[in-house]
Design a protein around this ligand. Sequence first.
Ligand code: FNR
Length: 366
Amino acid sequence: MSADLFTPLVLRGTEIPNRVMVSPMCQYSCEGRDGLPTDWHDTHLVSRAVGGAGLVMTEATAVEARGRITPHDLGIWSDDHADALADITSSISDRGSIPGIQLAHAGRKASKTRPWAGGDPLTGEDGWETVAPSDRPWPYDDDAVATRAMTTDDIDDVIDSFRVAAERARDAGFRVAEIHAAHGYLLHEFLSPVTNDRDDDYGGSFGDRTRILREIASAVREVWPDDDPLFVRISATDWLPDRESWTVADSVRLADDLAPLGVDLIDVSAGGIHPDQRIPSTGPGYQERYARRVRQETEEDVAVGVVGGITTAEQADALVRNGRGDLAIVGREHLRDPYFALHAAQALDRLDADGVEVPVQYDRAF
Ligand code: FNR
């Protein structure tokens, strides 16, 4: 029988009880500027576990302080962060879900105000120096804060920050790590020729632009437990067809390069590198076609996650059944409905599946 939305997904020694993942979503809700989780993070993440999602992924969690988008982003650059996150991972695990962490560095898109305050570059003492492969600021306008091109020592430091962050995440009880290499943040800035002008080992050819990500994947894999899966989120395309940019063919090639390094799943998103991007559609499943190509065209054995515009049980179930992806990654619909997975099981008449755990306290409602 082919898999459906409520067939467990086994990656390495880890069984994700069903194919619904809560997409990483920044909450910009740390108090002060310390990157520590608050009650909000606890409520936000644990309630989606109660709601039945097989895998609950944190928001982009900065591996170093200057890698935050805003001062209110979550971080994992100290043991205090790991200790605080451990309470959340144990609550998620107690609800039967797998806790995942997205490890991130915002690169030139760091040092901004929160979206609801305008998302503008922070000025003066509120802001900080941003770093990127090349010194092209974001956004390209007069308000842009300058960004500094990274030295090879900076690159070594960032690789090490990802490694140490993964160790801390492991000790905090996370079972899946996802490296954020999408949406125009630091690692995507290295991948894309739009933002990478370097002429050293980390820029130029495809192999050189992808080197930092391969080195980070290897560094994380060294410390990440053998039984626990490693994901990489990519932007499959820069959505800049009129200029030299990152393409879906590049993504297929990258997936083939990452799998042998111990990457188990490619989470296929798109865009975010440049304000001129042209998004062909934002309708239902608008990025599914890229995930399908990565899944079909890779030679290596690597799982694929589909994200973008998934809002119904039938849609999520169909993408698994039809082999377009291995995991349905649901973002905004989880903000509207924390119980998306339980509602999907109900709609699909799969409440009796092994991968569905209705809390006994809520039994009479389902
Ligand atoms: C996001 N997104 C996002 N992506 C990511 O990789 N790391 C992150 O921290 C965030 N933060 C974030 C915050 C909020 C409020 C939203 C709405 C989105 C993108 C998100 O994970 C997802 O890829 C997109 O929202 C598309 O999926 P949906 O929402 O159509 O299911």
